[in-house]
Design a protein around this ligand. Structure first.
Ligand SMILES: Nc1ncnc2c1ncn2[C@@H]1O[C@H](COP(=O)(O)OP(=O)(O)OP(=O)(O)O)[C@@H](O)[C@H]1O
Ligand SMILES: [Mg+2]
Length: 248
């Protein structure tokens, strides 16, 4: 279980407080959704969970299976099963996509990954996400289109097999066919990994037609202000955040 317990988070080296007492429990196999206005702290939450150095947790705790992960580094958190599909994936010039993923996989499993079997597996996975196999040999995210970057994040998911998956606006910038392909892959992954859980950050209920949520939460002013089921997401689409009754 991933538990976010009364978390206060600020931007490191500034007095900007973004999260102000946010609590959320995500159990095995569950799909949770976070929606909320722009600039309200959704990506901050995702990065704080991963341990990004720019985000400092000043109060509260984040736990995996009841153990705090606050003292763990980003790679230690990844080894615990956390995986963030970023809203804006990082470009690393000079590091090929395949080198990056193979190194990450070796580090996670603690064994050297055989190059031949890795390439074979990758080619299969790339077909499933409908990415051209030559992208394996390009620098990580360098010159990738918006949609290709998102599909590449899903490729990482298929390779690294995490347990706690955070999708930060995976649906933004995807055309209708790409959205369907990405969701099909995530759905398949969840079917094959019954103990995995999903935290979907989105602005649109469309992705939820594919990935049925157990809970939908509204984050506003640094805190979860309202929780419900998929009907809450549909209400947001129809009424906007000002139209629904969100306490502040
Ligand atoms: N590294 C940073 N330095 C300065 N301010 C930051 C930083 N990261 C986030 N912020 C500020 O914190 C607030 C929350 O940002 P965040 O990216 O979490 O919003 P969001 O809810 O993900 O918005 P969106 O829906 O637009 O993606 C914003 O006002 C943003 O400008
Ligand atoms: Mg964001």
């Amino acid at each position: 279980m991933l538990e976010i317990k009364n978390v206060y988070c600020s931007i490191t080296d500034s007095n900007l407080n973004i999260l102000k007492g946010l609590s959320l429990k995500i159990k095995e196999g569950e799909t949770h959704v976070i929606m909320g206005p722009n600039g309200t702290g959704k990506s901050t939450l995702a990065k704080a969970i991963m341990g990004h150095y720019k985000y400092s947790i000043t109060k509260g705790d984040i736990l995996i299976d009841k153990k705090s992960i606050l003292n763990l580094t980003v790679d230690e958190r990844a080894k615990k099963g956390l995986y963030l599909c970023m809203q804006d994936p990082t470009v690393i010039e000079g590091v090929s996509n395949s080198e990056f993923l193979r190194t990450a996989l070796s580090s996670k499993t603690g064994t050297k990954v055989n190059l031949y079997s890795f390439i074979t597996d990758m080619e299969k996975a790339m077909k499933e996400v409908e990415l051209d196999s030559n992208m394996l040999h390009r620098s990580l995210n360098m010159g990738f289109s918006g949609g290709e970057k998102k599909k590449n994040e899903i490729l990482g998911l298929k390779v690294l097999k995490p347990k706690y998956i955070i999708l930060d606006e995976i649906d933004s910038g995807l055309d209708v066919d790409s959205l369907r392909i990405v969701c099909k892959n995530i759905k398949q992954y969840m079917k094959e990994n019954k103990d995995a859980s999903l935290l979907i950050i989105t602005h649109y209920p469309r992705i939820l037609e594919y990935l049925k949520p157990d809970y939908v939460h509204i984050l506003k002013d640094g805190k979860i202000r309202k929780s419900g089921d998929i009907s809450l997401a549909l209400e947001v689409e129809k009424e906007g955040y000002t139209g629904i009754n969100v306490m502040s």
